[in-house]
Design a binder for this molecule. Structure first.
Ligand code: FES
Length: 102
């Protein structure tokens, strides 16, 4: 496991989905007030790009068939998606966001 440097916290707007590719991983960062979440951004149902989706209070909605995934765990909350998104630990040091990857 290692921490990978991503972007500055000021590069991300609050309550918007920030899309990034990190060493071949298709990921997204979501800033919600003081917290930042990192998740894979490809839906586990039919590969829709969740960065084109919609944010809710604690989840992101897939733009294609409207499954929702929890920010914190990546858990699929409603069908048709069944599998969870991979979620990553995040740390912020000197305003830079780092993501822990395998
Ligand atoms: S592609 Fe996301 S719910 Fe179907």
């Amino acid at each position: 496991m290692r921490w990978i440097k991503t972007v500055n916290i000021t590069d991300i707007k609050n309550e918007e989905i920030f899309s990034l590719d990190l060493e071949g991983r298709e990921m997204m960062l979501i800033k919600k007030n003081t917290e930042v979440f990192a998740l894979d951004r490809i839906c586990t149902h039919e590969r829709a790009d969740l960065s084109m989706g919609f944010l809710n209070e604690d989840s992101v909605t897939c733009p294609l068939h409207l499954s929702q995934f929890e920010f914190e765990t990546g858990k699929a909350l409603n069908p048709p998606a069944e599998g969870s998104l991979k979620s990553y630990k995040v740390k912020i040091e000197e305003n830079v966001i780092y993501v822990l990857v395998d």
